[in-house]
Design a protein around this ligand. Structure first.
Ligand SMILES: *Cc1c(COP(=O)(O)O)cnc(C)c1O
Ligand code: SF4
Length: 458
């Protein structure tokens, strides 16, 4: 077309068909009734936290009693085999279990995140180590990682309402498994006091991430004690309660008044002291968000409790632009602010869930722009060996052919270089052979490092 033909008047966007606004279309049917064990459970019972806790799935036996013949027997065998090689034990709420599409369990994004199958397992990456982020190496006292200048990560406890396959903290969180004997960080007043004493002794700390494990598991009185203790420290200006709760058991926010009151009391007291207390949660897929989630998030909004989201990019779960855009829009719609999407860390037994860095970079480009910038997640690589979080785009060097990326981290460890590795099964056959050879592997790493140094100009 000749450029002079272009009509220079404003072009108005045509209105969008409301049916296309899928992010507002939240599930509100009685979806749990299709599972044999929950067939007769009414809505009020199902959507209570006591029912959710009592009926959580903590073993294959309990899963079989809940699902019965909704899946063929060989699914259970596959699951047993997957669990045998997994670093995490199994724990899943009835709510999440019912949101799985049991007609297609092999492909379902929620099943993938919580129930490992032997048939989908891939060999671990050769550069994998337990605690790959070196959280324990950066811990001055047990359960407190002080890596960044002004903030620290407090692992207050080591249990969660669910156990996620991809958990970075599989070195500590959950029960011991066939594969892993864990570091134990239970709720313990002496250990907590050591943590508070350290935070008090460090005036540079302004921001604490209270995580675990999961603060959803904390008793209301423990939660208040912890919150008050942190608010009492003059130089602490803000902190976050990290919990997967809203994504896996929104019912607690609707029916456990004492727990919500405890969080609200800490948030309110923080506000009078001009300190910010927020919840950070963890949704990964749009189907995890239902009408019940929206109601729960409405309660938090009414109580003045801000919520942000940190998700993980996972193969077969959310590694396509349409899913990630829908997740971003849906979170924004229920007033949860998308904050981070992490490229999957190197974790034992979950190589099938990792994606390449280039996948993450492409999706980021598609997501940016669909909604407000403050509701658009930053895609993050948490570098191996404790370099900390980096914007995925900010590598010094990346060769997608061999699957090696290198980052610097000037505020955390100036002058050093940190690796991130793509999953090997996504690389070309010939390159996979090179990875299988320890000498070639070292060569590839050294060449990548040399190229990164050249790019930086040293
Ligand atoms: C993620 C993390 C934090 C918080 O980092 P933000 O970028 O502020 O979210 C603090 N300490 C450690 C060790 C962390 O891993
Ligand atoms: S809820 Fe968080 S800490 Fe707990 S298992 Fe899942 S990812 Fe790990």
């Amino acid at each position: 077309m000749d450029p002079s033909d272009v009509d220079c008047r404003t072009s108005h966007k045509p209105p969008v068909d409301p049916a296309a606004l899928k992010h507002r279309d939240l599930r509100q049917d009685e979806f749990w009734r299709s599972l044999p064990a929950f067939q007769k459970v009414d809505s009020k019972t199902f959507h209570s936290h006591t029912f959710q806790m009592r009926n959580s799935i903590t073993s294959v036996g309990k899963l079989m009693r809940t699902l019965e013949d909704r899946v063929p027997q060989d699914f259970y065998q596959d699951l047993n085999q997957g669990l045998h090689q997994a670093p995490m034990s199994i724990r899943l709420t009835p709510y999440l279990l019912s949101l799985i599409d049991w007609e297609n369990p092999y492909e379902d994004p929620i099943r993938r995140q919580f129930l490992p199958l032997g048939s989908q397992q891939l060999p671990d990456h050769p550069e994998l180590h337990l605690d790959s982020l070196n959280e324990q190496g950066d811990a001055p006292v047990p359960g407190l990682t002080h890596r960044y200048p002004d903030r620290a990560l407090f692992l207050a406890l080591d249990t969660c309402p669910v156990y996620c396959r991809f958990c970075t903290r599989s070195y500590a969180v959950g029960l011991d498994t066939d594969e892993v004997e864990k570091v134990h960080l239970s709720v313990n007043q002496d250990r907590w006091e050591q943590v508070f004493a350290y935070i008090e002794s460090r005036p540079e700390l302004e921001d604490i991430v209270v995580s675990g494990g999961d603060v959803y598991q904390l008793r209301p009185d423990h939660l208040r004690l912890l919150g008050d203790r942190l608010l009492d420290i003059d130089h602490i200006r803000r902190f976050r309660f990290a919990t997967k709760g809203p994504a896996v058991m929104p019912q607690r926010i609707l029916t456990d008044v004492e727990w919500v009151d405890a969080v609200a009391a800490v948030v309110d007291r923080g506000r009078t002291l001009h300190k910010e207390v927020v919840i950070h949660t963890h949704f990964n897929h749009p189907t995890e968000i239902t009408e019940v989630t929206r109601q729960a998030m409405n309660v938090l909004m009414e109580r003045g409790i801000p919520v942000r989201n940190q998700g993980v990019l996972q193969r077969g779960v959310n590694d396509d632009s349409e899913t990630m855009k829908l997740l971003t829009k849906r979170l924004s719609y229920i007033n949860v602010q998308p904050y981070y999407i992490f490229l999957h860390d190197l974790v034992q037994g979950v190589e099938d869930l990792r994606t390449t860095l280039s996948t993450g970079l492409e999706i980021e480009k598609d997501v940016r722009g669909v909604t407000a910038g403050f509701n658009t997640p930053i895609f993050i690589v948490d570098t191996l060996g404790g370099g900390g979080k980096r914007d995925a785009h900010s590598y010094e060097y990346y060769d997608p052919e061999i699957g090696i990326a290198i980052y610097q981290s000037p505020t955390v460890r100036p002058g050093e270089y940190f690796y991130y590795f793509d999953p090997i099964d996504c690389l070309d056959g010939a390159v996979q052979d090179r990875w299988a050879d320890p000498i070639e592997r070292e060569q590839m790493k050294e060449q990548a490092l040399a190229a990164a140094k050249e790019a930086v100009g040293v």
